[in-house]
Design a protein around this ligand. Structure first.
Ligand code: ZN
Length: 206
């Protein structure tokens, strides 16, 4: 298979994500752009036990060429690739701390997490909150589409993050940074905190 390397990468990273408790059960999904379409994790598959040969192989129109049917959340991935042409990979997780933050009543939907660390600012930047939609509601795709052109990372309310990257490593590093920052945010809630100043954030954005 010409895409054997990508298949191995998806399975290795999926196992690592699952082993570290960054998504549970059969939640979470990964996709990678290939020369002729996409590889995607299948529906009802645990990221901890992916089989390289059974990954969903999709053509450029999203039609299934081989493998198991793709994740039911494939539309989240499609929207990111459509709106961000430089995207090489997309990762979506139900990572606990990010989901917890997505449920808080008093977060800023335009910029969910404060600038706690420089790496969060550099890898994630501004994180918008997408309103809640029931699972499978395709209106969620259109809601994400409205932000995807301006943001490579979005947080779905009461659900979890979706992050696009130039390649799989970039997407995974960014979603892990997001999850760690959500954890830090929850640890710091109620404590007087010095976040990075607007000038410090501006310097990092340049
Ligand atoms: Zn999901």
């Amino acid at each position: 298979m010409s895409d054997a390397k990508e298949r191995e990468e998806i399975c290795t990273i999926g196992a690592s994500i699952f082993a570290r408790g960054l998504t549970a059960g059969s939640s979470g999904n990964i996709s990678v752009r290939t020369d002729d379409g996409w590889l995607m994790t299948p529906t009802n598959a645990s990221l901890g036990r992916l089989d390289p040969a059974r990954l969903s192989k999709l053509d450029r129109n999203g039609a299934l060429l081989s493998g198991d049917p793709p994740t039911k959340e494939s539309f989240l991935h499609r929207v990111m690739y459509e709106e961000r042409p430089d995207t090489g990979a997309v990762v979506h997780l139900h990572s606990t701390h990010s989901v917890a933050v997505s449920c808080l009543a008093e977060i800023d939907p335009d910029d969910v997490l404060p600038p706690i660390t420089a790496y969060y600012v550099m890898r994630v930047g501004r994180l918008p909150l997408i309103p809640y939609f029931r699972p499978g509601d395709l209106e969620l795709a259109e809601a994400v589409r409205g932000f995807a052109g301006r943001h490579h990372a979005v947080l779905l309310a009461n659900h979890g993050p979706v992050v696009a990257g130039a390649n799989l490593d970039a997407a995974v590093n960014a979603i892990e940074e997001l999850e760690e920052t959500a954890k830090l945010y929850l640890l710091l809630r109620g404590a007087k905190t010095r976040f990075l100043s607007p000038a410090q954030v501006k310097e990092l954005m340049q």
